[in-house]
Design a binder for this molecule. Sequence first.
Ligand code: NAP
Length: 335
Amino acid sequence: MKKIRISIIGFGVIGSGVAKAISKKRDHIKHRYGIDLDLVGIGENNGGIVCEKGLDPMEAYNLARSREMNKHPCWKEDMKGIKVIREVDADIVIETTPTNIDSGEPGLSHMLTAFKNKRHVVTSNKGPLAVAYKELIRAAEENEVQFRFEASVGGAMPVFNLVRETLQANKILSIKGILNGTCNYILTRMSTEGMTYEHALSEAQELGIAETDPSYDVEGKDTACKLVIIANDIFGIDSTYKDVEIEGITGITLESLKLASDKGYAIKLIGEVEERLIVAPRLVPKDHLLAVGGTLNIMSLNTDLAGEITITGKGAGAIETSSSILSDVINIAKL
Ligand SMILES: NC(=O)c1ccc[n+]([C@@H]2O[C@H](COP(=O)([O-])OP(=O)(O)OC[C@H]3O[C@@H](n4cnc5c(N)ncnc54)[C@H](OP(=O)(O)O)[C@@H]3O)[C@@H](O)[C@H]2O)c1
């Protein structure tokens, strides 16, 4: 049995969700792959839990949900994220702190510190990748460690691993799709229920689909970050967030949705990578594969051998996103 020691940095919705998923899947992963995932450290903003002999991931999850992590017997106030990365002997650091698209911090420093300490990194955090993809890849290579980020684009949808492991003989010619569930939910509610933009947005906020400050989603910035990661990783296009042409959904009216619908089209916020990186509302025929509704994400990959491959799935959610994170963890552990 191969023991893999794990630290989780940022124990919010996704970080604690990964702990829950480890608890749920630990036996399955042991029996199927001979890999034992051992959670040895958690680093938060205000302290951390460290136990080199291994923590009970479900206990940590429950304490995080009830905001009582400091009641854990191994809680230490001075064991914040970066200190856990430096001092706790983990093979893999799972980085799940908030996305920051201006500086990439705190995730960027967390990842670079993990590489320097010869730890592999798995992340769902788009920010550092959108501002410093090249620097991160170079740092991982120089330190001879792995860096995986399947969960950073499309939550549960497996795009990077699909291209790396299953479509590896193909040239990917273009990718386009719906990469933001919040926008898709708002546009779906506006077109199917005739709700105004403001009404659909406040419904999405009440349901916890949209943030209190929704600008990152509705102005297309979140989709743009995802395109940058796709462009760098799949197309080898050296780009950052600043290279994306962005238009969000805030200007879409009920009238324009109705006009489109009468002609057989839906309006969707589409992200596209071909030669340029573009995020913009587009007309999509209602019976087209890309016209998925609700919070779903979808991506169409145009390839030279396989033709068009389309994947769809949940772009957010703690357990769904953990599926991608654990897939990266298992892939690294198998090496
Ligand atoms: N939620 C989703 O469905 C989803 C899906 C795909 C990708 N993602 C990405 O995954 C990441 C995590 O998302 P989330 O929804 O879990 O966010 P979240 O609930 O806000 O969790 C982030 C956690 O990181 C902590 N944190 C902040 N600064 C830190 C630091 N310097 N050191 C250690 N911990 C720190 C936060 O603590 P405080 O609250 O005290 O600041 C919080 O507990 C984000 O980058 C997000 O974009 C999320």
